[in-house]
Structures are given as C-alpha cells and as structure tokens.
Design a binder for this molecule. Structure first.
Ligand SMILES: [Zn+2]
Length: 396
C-alpha cells in the first residue's frame, strides 16, 4: 500500500508516503513529503534549492470506504535569495492555506448534492457546517465557471421574487436569463430594472450580445427597454400566455361581480378555458350562463377572439385579424376593454412576432418554478450569489 501509486490515486502525485501512522476502523493517517529538488518562489519566480526549515501540516482528504483520511505533510520552507525571505512549498491538489484537499472539497459537493440534508453530510464526513457551506458553494462556483459560450440566439427573460428586504420592507426580485437551445439558465441577476441589469458585471461579461436573434419577455415595459438596449439586433416576442392572462384577468373580474369570489365555483375555470376545449354539452351550459350574465358575455367574447387569434397560421393573416379585433374593441363601452386595447396596440409588433417563430416563454416559466423550488428547499437564501450558483448549476 505504501507506494507512489497510492498517492496517485489520492490525486496528489507530487507527494511520497514516508510512513503510515495509523490505519484504524474509523480513520487512517499517513505521513507524506514532497521530493522535488527545487521550488520556485511564488513572489519573484526565482528557483531556490536552499531549504530553510520544515513545517508540519495536517490535511483532511476524502474518505476511503467510509474511513476518514488524514495526511500529515512535512512541508519544506525554501529560502529565496532575491526576496531574502523563506517561502513554503506548494502542493498541487491542496490550495494555499487550506486544510482540505481539492478532492475532498469536490466530495463534499457531491455529498451535499446527493444527500437529503446537509446535517447528514456533516455527520458522514465529520466536518463543520461552515466548511460544508464554504466548500459546497466554492465548488459550485468553479463548476458554473465552465460555461463559457456566447449568448444563445434565443433568450427568455423573466422575473421572480427573491427575498424581502427587511430594512426597506420591499420585495427584491431576481431576473432569470434562459438559453432556449441549451435548455439551461445562463445567468441570474439581482433586480429587474435596466439600471440594475446593466451594472451587473457577470451579465455584461458574457460575449455575443449582438448575435441574439429572439428575446421573449412578458408584457413589462422595463424588460422591453432593457432587452432592446442590451440585445441590439434581437426581435422581441411578447409571451402569448401573458397576453392571454390580461384577458383572463378581466373575465375573472367581471365574473366576480356576478358570482362573488368563491374559488370553488365551477364556472370560474370554465370561463377561462378555450371554449373549443370544453365538452359540447358543457359549452352549451356555459353559453346559457353567459346569456343570463350579459356583462361577462362581452369580455368573454374578446377572450375567445384572442384564443382564436393565437390559432392563426402566418403573420399576414394574423396582422389583419389583430387590426380587426382592436377596431372592434375600440367600439366597446367597457373601460377595461379600452385600456386592454391600448396595451395590445402598444405591444402590437411584439405580439405579432409570435407568428414568425412560435416562441413562448414556457421554458423560462419552467425554470422559474425550479428557482422557487430551490429557494424553498433552502428555506430562502440570504446570500444572492449562493442562490445564483445553486440555480445555474442545477440546470447545467
Ligand atoms: Zn522571491
């Protein structure tokens, strides 16, 4: 066992085992040393052959068959003639000032990902919770740094609540950037205003903004402003489901005036469904109900018209239908329909863009759910950077 092959398997090839101090049921400890002829001064890169003195360091390594491994390393200190100072020799696989090997830190990350809770990891590996957290998030950071590609051609942008700012009493938001072709979260930024996003260093560091062709957003003006500045050559697509939601909200509002706010009332769901998706005999009942409640009938009509609009194939046809629909809405006496018409007209190009490529924000919404799940599993995050690393790594 006491061969150099063993240190090879430990991924510490520079070290040689001097002797085995202990091999027990619970742990093993070895004495090791480095055998290079000279070392290079980390400050001035001068080679040094002069050994100044020794120090002993005790390093923890990843367990082997549930047995904790400790490495007692005799580190030499060399004297640099140029700096007139001694320096400690480095060991590949153990970072300077660390008391754990890289291999062990990777192992901590693996356990933290695969065990059901972190206290189990800490018990299993006999480590403190602070080392557990530190090593875990540090390794996540290293992993997500391997994503280096340019922006994908299609990007979905959406927001979700991140945490409550206790001092200001307001809710903080995070903006998620999803790459459609890679099916992953490319970046997560704190905040949602163009100012906040443009000052985000990590976002700005990703190359190839000018190559992005499509950006899908909900109907928010701030994202529109940001997306058109940030991705100068991209076409902006208004997400179809968010457009439908505007209509659904008005239907709900008018229905509440008739039936009250009982969520269990079956008509609530039936009115929001596309009438073509409802069973014919149920549809007849819905229509009878609408006849009795004419105030809902009109908004329901526009909602259905919008559903039909989204079934259209081809941009030209869609353009014509949208003009017809907004003209119709202009004649309505309902104030909600009038403001809705205004919104539709403002977003006209972005809504029509859907008929060019059929893109929706469904994938982004899906990752939003993952984000919320991660937040819940962690009982919320105080540190945004940790949250960012967790989310990006999860979808890698
Ligand atoms: Zn030096």
């Amino acid at each position: 066992m006491l061969t150099n092959e063993f240190t090879q398997t430990l991924q510490l090839p520079e070290l040689k085992i001097i002797k085995c101090l202990r091999t027990g049921k619970l742990d093993s400890e070895f004495e090791l040393e480095k055998t290079s002829q000279f070392e290079v001064c980390p400050k001035c890169a001068t080679r040094s052959w002069t050994i100044y003195d020794h120090v002993w360091v005790r390093i923890k390594d990843a367990p082997i068959r549930d047995r904790h491994i400790y490495l007692k390393i005799k580190k030499r200190r060399f004297y640099c003639k140029k700096c007139k100072k001694p320096f400690t020799e480095p060991v590949a696989g153990i970072r300077k000032g660390f008391r754990t090997t890289e291999r062990f830190r990777k192992h901590i990350m693996w356990c933290s990902d695969n065990f059901s809770n972190l206290s189990q990891v800490q018990r299993q590996l006999d480590i403190s919770s602070s080392l557990n957290h530190k090593a875990y998030y540090e390794q996540l950071g290293l992993q997500i740094k391997t994503i280096q590609n340019e922006w994908a051609t299609t990007i979905g942008i959406d927001e979700h609540a991140f945490r409550k700012n206790k001092k200001g009493g307001y809710r903080e938001f995070a903006t998620i950037f999803v790459e459609y072709s890679h099916k992953r979260v490319r970046e997560l930024a704190l905040g949602r205003s163009p100012g906040e996003l443009f000052s985000n260093e990590k976002l700005m560091a990703i190359p190839g903004r000018e190559n992005v062709k499509n950006v899908i957003i909900d109907l928010s003006k701030t994202y529109h402003r940001f997306a058109s500045d940030f991705f100068p050559n991209a076409k902006i697509v208004a997400d179809r489901f968010h457009v439908m939601r505007l209509f659904n909200n008005i239907v709900n509002q008018y229905r509440k005036n008739c039936t009250g706010d009982k969520r269990k009332n079956p008509i609530r769901k039936l009115l929001l469904k596309r009438s073509a998706d409802v069973d014919p005999h149920v549809r007849r009942a819905v229509n009878r109900w609408l006849d009795e409640n004419p105030s809902v009938q009109e908004v329901y009509y526009y909602k259905e018209a919008m559903h039909r609009f989204y079934r259209i194939k081809g941009m030209k046809h869609a353009k014509r239908v949208l003009i017809k629909l907004t003209d119709q809405m202009a004649l309505s006496n309902l104030p909600e329909i009038k403001t809705l018409r205004k919104t539709i007209c403002q977003w006209r190009n972005e809504i029509l863009q859907f008929f060019e490529n059929g893109l929706t924000n469904g994938r982004t919404e899906g990752f939003n759910r993952v984000a919320k799940l991660i937040q819940r599993n962690a009982y919320g995050f105080r540190n945004f950077e940790n949250y960012r690393r967790r989310l990006i790594y999860r979808t890698m």
